[in-house]
Design a protein around this ligand. Structure first.
Ligand code: F6P
Length: 548
């Protein structure tokens, strides 16, 4: 067994190197190198990455890429791409790259090329999406479908919901879509009032087809549909499934012909590229869906072939490790200056935190370093009027990702100028800050009295030195979005390799699920319960006494 990465000489060198930068201000780094933007930016797959606003030097990049070599990153990338069972606790490969493999090179799992199956499902999706979009697929009264409802949760909801939202400009004009995920009846009730059973298509999306929330919502949708139509035999026209579990789909009453398959080597949070993306594909059309896949494939190739020093996912992954393990970073903010990406932070929360929120390494030993930072965020302009105060003047180090579209999906006079100037101003101000001297000068030039100036001065200083990545693209096309998502998937993989953790399992979600199934029948026991801790027992009794 290899000693933990934090015992390696290169980790110690990074620690020493951190001391030299710990008290450095990024202003100084910019002052020392007029070409800093040119030295710390790169362009690939329709994205420009500016990583100059970080507490890094060329020496940092050298040490971090050495750390990646120490962790055998290149070997791990090969293992993942070659279909090895890198998800060792579930004995599975992690081959989301096969779902968007536009090169058609074979990709083997257990000695079998998976590409014919992947392509067969894409073909089936094309056939089905075209018949829904053209109006050829009819509901039980002969009317074309106009509403798609995806029922799923986690990876079977967040990915397709985010992409469908982001690509609204590409939607078929006759079609609407909804995503039902929450088990609170409010979610179903609020959406179902908008539905016409004659023209609605439900997609039950669940890898396992056992997830409590999804199955409850799917059963309620079916009961609603049968009640409205009075005819169970027409269900096949209005319900399709996306799953790996054919028997369970049949048990639910969906015809296997109306089932779109995927495979156990597709992780839930990596599944938007599979048939789990069916709702997206119907809304944007299969050509656009394949363009999304092609953008991701470009990023897959970049990740596989670019040297670490010019490799976007590698660089941003390593820089995140730099802050996590050497600067005590606890959180990261994701700030899209592109309203179409409003669901991107929520999607990334699952991708990153379900993948990296782990405390044991691949060998089952406690890690001796922090792993996943907490991911949060909101569209930039909204955030400015909510939480940016903390970014500018709080006490936390919060590295930020600014994600900026040069062109919006829509144009109105002056709007995009406001978006762009705000985005650049925030990244600049968070990095530069404003010193006491500069603040005093600004306040006196604004005509403040000496007394007011003395009072306000400490409150109006900005410490700056808040690091950020800036990602810029021309316009959010399916292709660019594919590359952007794949960038974050691979960044997450890079971090998992450095931390020697398995990013493809999610055992952490099981304990709560098990406990919920124990508590479920207890909600109906007539007597107060005394079985758990006094808090749970007390709350259960309180709820039971008040339930209608
Ligand atoms: O509970 C977590 C999880 O297993 C996620 O990883 C997954 O994306 C989600 O539940 C939904 O699972 P399924 O697609 O099997 O319904």
């Amino acid at each position: 067994m290899k000693p933990p990465i934090n015992h390696s000489p290169i980790w110690q060198q990074l620690k020493t190197h951190q001391h030299t930068l710990a008290t450095t201000h990024m202003r100084q780094l910019f002052a020392e190198d007029e070409q800093r933007f040119q030295h710390f930016s790169l362009e690939s797959c329709g994205l420009l990455l500016d990583y100059s606003k970080h507490l890094i030097t060329q020496e940092t990049i050298k040490l971090l890429t050495d750390l990646a070599r120490e962790a055998q990153l290149a070997e791990w990338i090969q293992r993942m791409y070659q279909g090895e069972k890198v998800n060792h606790t579930e004995n599975r490969a992690a081959l989301h790259i096969a779902l968007r493999n536009r090169s058609q090179q074979p990709i083997m799992v257990d000695g079998k090329d998976v590409m014919p199956d992947v392509n067969a499902v894409l073909k089936k999706m094309r056939h089905f999406t075209e018949s829904v979009r053209s109006g050829q697929w009819k509901g039980y009264t002969g009317k074309p479908i106009d509403t798609i409802v995806n029922i799923g949760i986690g990876g079977s909801d967040l990915g397709p919901a985010m992409v469908t939202r982001a690509l609204r400009a590409y939607h078929h004009p006759r079609l609407n879509s909804h995503f039902i995920s929450n088990v609170d009846a409010t979610h179903w009730a609020e959406i179902s009032v908008k539905l016409n059973p004659e023209t609605t298509l439900f997609i039950v999306a669940s890898k396992t087809f056992t997830t409590q929330e999804t199955m409850l919502n799917a059963n309620s949708a079916r009961a609603w549909f049968v009640e409205k139509t009075g005819d169970e035999s027409v269900i096949a026209k209005h319900f399709v499934a996306v799953s790996t579990a054919q028997e369970k789909v049949i048990e639910f009453g969906i015809n296997p012909q109306e089932m779109f398959e995927f495979w156990d080597w597709v992780g839930g949070r990596y599944s938007l590229w599979s048939a789990i993306g069916l709702s997206t594909a119907i809304m944007i059309g299969m050509d656009n869906f394949e363009s999304l896949l092609a953008g991701a494939h470009d990023m897959d190739q970049h990740f596989l072939t670019a040297p670490f020093e010019q490799n976007m996912p590698v660089l941003i992954g390593l820089i995140d490790v730099w802050y996590s393990n050497f600067f005590g970073e606890e959180t990261r903010a994701v700030l899209p200056y592109d309203f179409s990406l409003e669901l991107f932070p929520a999607y990334l929360q699952q991708l990153v935190m379900e993948s990296l929120g782990k405390h044991v390494n691949r060998d089952g030993q406690m890690v001796e370093y922090t792993t996943c930072p907490i991911i949060w965020g909101a569209p930039g302009n909204n955030g400015q009027h909510a939480f940016y105060q903390l970014l500018h003047q709080g006490t936390h180090l919060v590295p930020c990702d600014f994600i900026i579209a040069i062109d919006s999906q829509h144009s109105l006079p002056n709007h995009q100028d406001a978006v762009l100037s705000n985005a650049l101003a925030q990244a600049h101000s968070l990095m530069m800050g404003r010193t006491g001297q500069e603040t005093a000068l600004a306040l006196s030039q604004a005509g403040l009295s000496q007394e007011a100036l003395a009072l306000q001065l400490p409150h109006r200083i900005y410490r700056g030195n808040q690091p950020s990545n800036t990602l810029i693209y021309q316009k959010l096309t399916p292709n660019v979005l594919g590359a952007l998502i794949a960038l974050y998937e691979h960044k997450t993989f890079v971090q998992s390799v450095i931390w020697n953790i398995n990013p493809f399992d999610q055992w952490g979600v099981e304990l709560g699920k098990e406990m919920a199934s124990k508590l479920l029948p207890e909600l109906h026991y007539p007597k107060p319960t005394q079985r758990h801790d006094s808090s749970t027992d007390g709350l259960l009794s309180y709820i039971k006494a008040r339930r209608r």
